[in-house]
Design a protein around this ligand. Structure first.
Ligand code: PLP
Length: 410
């Protein structure tokens, strides 16, 4: 089963009035959907000590982070800036995991000074870290488990040729460095990629860590990363979180028995928590017929939502004034001077210039990947929470495009 709904409101607030009040294009988030997704994971893993570390990069507005905190989760940050955003949202250092990928050592030092858990992702970094901190700063190691999984290669992070983590085949070398530098390793981590469906894949990843864990006596947690899949269209399979929870919890309890200590299980969902909460409202600027295709040109493009072009991602799109309609077939395209097809050959209610279109699953990797390409302004963000729609990020102005430019006297 998967979602086929085409909502025209959130918590009783019509999208039409949100578009009118805040203008388009605008990202709208349903706060209650976010907290209910957090709860779904908490329930699925309620039999073990679970810590959720929301992958901040999916959607990093500080208000969203505050909701995540309210729901009882921590965060995973992939840059020191995300660490700081988390702290601004009220997370304590110990609630933040920092998972860098090939960053400079200054950034590691900065993160250590901020007091967050560091996830070491290379042998050279382990050495450098050990030279500076020895056993005085506990750390985690990111293992590459050699598992090919995920929606497509760009979002697969745990296979053999991936840049992420330290190959599980190099465990002997990892152990040597731990011993030589007297590192205090309190966590082992994998993140296999995004859009992983199968409980079995999670288990395979978890088992790689459980096996490696025997060699690390000081562990406090095992971090199995994120990547839970949500439905993007009718009939799409999605991660059955209860099934994953049941299977992984059982394997985890058995592992803890063997290890001889009750550890915490950490998970880093991004997409699963925020994707479905988000709706991107855009306006049709023009409906343009060519002999074979009818285009709807909207007031947005790959500058605001790059997933369809970058990942060939499917996003449901519908006409707000006739969501269930299917009278016409359209290619919904952006205004960027590049082929930025948001949705191809979609049956929708008839669209006229000025109509609002709703793009679904816009919560994850939507705004957070937006840019100023074509010198366009980034859109506004609105949060619906406790029955109120509130602006949580202003639409950019032309000043935002120019204020960092240094204009020479040429
Ligand atoms: C991106 C990322 C995640 C989240 O991935 P989703 O597919 O959004 O769940 C988790 N952990 C790390 C280290 C990541 O880089």
């Amino acid at each position: 089963m998967s979602s086929v709904q085409k909502p025209t409101q959130i918590q009783g607030i019509p999208f039409a009035s949100i578009a009118e009040e805040f203008g388009t294009p605008v990202y709208v988030y349903d706060g209650e959907k976010i907290t209910s997704q957090v709860k779904a994971i908490q329930n699925a893993f309620s039999s073990i000590p679970l810590k959720i570390k929301y992958a901040t990069k999916a959607l990093s507005n500080i208000n969203i982070l505050k909701l995540i905190k309210k729901a009882g989760a921590g965060i995973d940050a992939v840059s020191v800036e995300e660490v700081r955003l988390g702290m601004m949202a009220g997370f304590k250092a110990e609630e933040i995991m920092y998972t860098p990928s090939g960053v400079g050592f200054e950034e590691i030092e900065e993160a250590v000074a901020l007091g967050v858990m560091i996830n070491l992702d290379s042998i050279p970094l382990m050495r450098q870290f050990g030279d500076k901190y020895g056993d005085s700063v506990p750390a985690c190691i990111r293992i590459n488990p050699h598992i090919m999984a995920g929606g497509n290669l760009k979002i697969s992070t745990g296979h053999k040729a991936s840049k992420f983590g330290i190959s599980v085949d190099m465990l002997p070398e990892i152990l040597e460095v731990v011993k030589e530098k007297q590192l205090k390793i309190v966590g082992l981590h994998i993140h296999t990629g995004s859009d992983i469906l199968d409980a079995e894949i999670f288990l395979r990843g978890a088992n790689v860590l459980f096996d490696a864990a025997k060699q690390f006596p000081d562990l406090r947690f095992i971090d199995c990363g994120g990547g839970f899949k949500v439905a993007y269209k009718a009939g799409d399979p999605y991660t059955d979180i209860d099934e994953v929870g049941e299977k992984v919890s059982k394997a985890f309890r058995d592992f803890c028995d063997r290890y001889g200590k009750e550890l915490e299980l950490w998970l880093e969902p991004g997409k699963f928590l925020v994707s479905e909460s988000g709706y991107f409202l855009v306006k049709a600027n023009v409906v343009k017929k060519s002999p074979s295709i009818t285009f709807v040109g909207v007031d947005s493009g790959l500058n605001h939502l790059i997933r369809p072009m970058m990942y060939d991602a499917y996003h449901d799109v519908y006409a707000l004034n006739n969501p269930e309609g299917n009278e016409a077939t359209y290619n919904v395209v952006g205004y960027i001077c590049e082929t930025d097809t948001i949705a191809a050959e979609r049956q929708m209610g008839e669209v006229k210039a000025g109509d609002i279109l709703v793009i679904k699953n816009a919560g994850a990797y939507g705004y957070s990947m937006a840019s100023n390409y074509n010198s366009r302004l980034r859109p506004a963000e609105v949060l619906v929470w406790e029955g109120r729609a509130q602006l949580i990020r202003k639409r950019e102005t032309f000043e935002d495009i120019t204020h960092n430019q240094v204009i020479l006297n040429l």
